[in-house]
Design a protein around this ligand. Sequence first.
Ligand code: SF4
Ligand code: SF4
Ligand code: SF4
Length: 287
Amino acid sequence: MKVNIISLTCCAGCISSFLNAGEAFLEILSEDFQIVYSPTFIDLKEIPKVDLAIVEGGIKTEEDEKLVREVRAKSEFLIALGICATHGGITSLGNIFSVKKLLEKEYSILKGTKLPELKDLMYPICNFVDVDYYIPGCPPMPFLIVHTLKSIVNRKQPIRYQSVVCTECHRRIMPAKLDRLYGIYEKEADPKLCLVSQGFVCLGSLTRDGCGAPCPRAGFTCFGCRGPADSLMYRSRDMYSFLVKVISKRTGVQEESVREELYRNPFIFHTFIFSRFERFKSRERII
Ligand code: SF4
Ligand code: SF4
Ligand code: SF4
């Protein structure tokens, strides 16, 4: 199987995660898998026709759109790798500003530099081309990438994860009576108790499982890098209100106060709250 690997607007961390698969990565290469185009690994100017394209990053520039359309036209299957590609990801935080304000306020240092033409928002790639498989994560776990690639090579459907991170977390969920929420560095966390029950803002109850909950297991809050679980993507689009209700119920803090604190709390990465994913046609394609 011939493969193109492409990076759009992103940090390139997803391709690094792919390399972190170690021996499993070498195993894939020795199987039916040949990388023929990748600006990270290979110096080749023309994008060739291939069986599979792996695309990391989202669409923020006109150049991104042009590139992803060309890549799609030249491949049989296409994987959106990482939450920038699948949902817009952390780079979508720029969506809270207009392009004008973003350039003036955040990138004033680049004044006078010729920049690529920016789109109004950061978009996931499915807003412009058909996607065959989505592997969300920031970056996705190496084992999820390897499993998906092996499944495609063997013409099998990869395993799908449809529940939430809380189902993979060993912490006990208990209702509490707290007077406020806490930043993760403000107090020591009980290693056995749900972080939300202790007043920390963990997004595990909204976020797609499959990662094995490494963050709450290590004592850090889940920031939602696997994107919303299926149930949240279609039944209710108001994820913020859902999160407020969960936190209020587990902490005993009034919903209004939770809402106010969420906007103020610097420990929350609003990764998918600001993301866009209108064109997901099929949940079956999300790993
Ligand atoms: S999903 Fe995360 S790791 Fe991957 S490119 Fe985007 S910001 Fe980087
Ligand atoms: S909210 Fe976070 S800490 Fe609590 S059970 Fe879910 S993943 Fe674990
Ligand atoms: S626990 Fe949350 S932030 Fe950590 S890897 Fe899983 S989805 Fe991403």
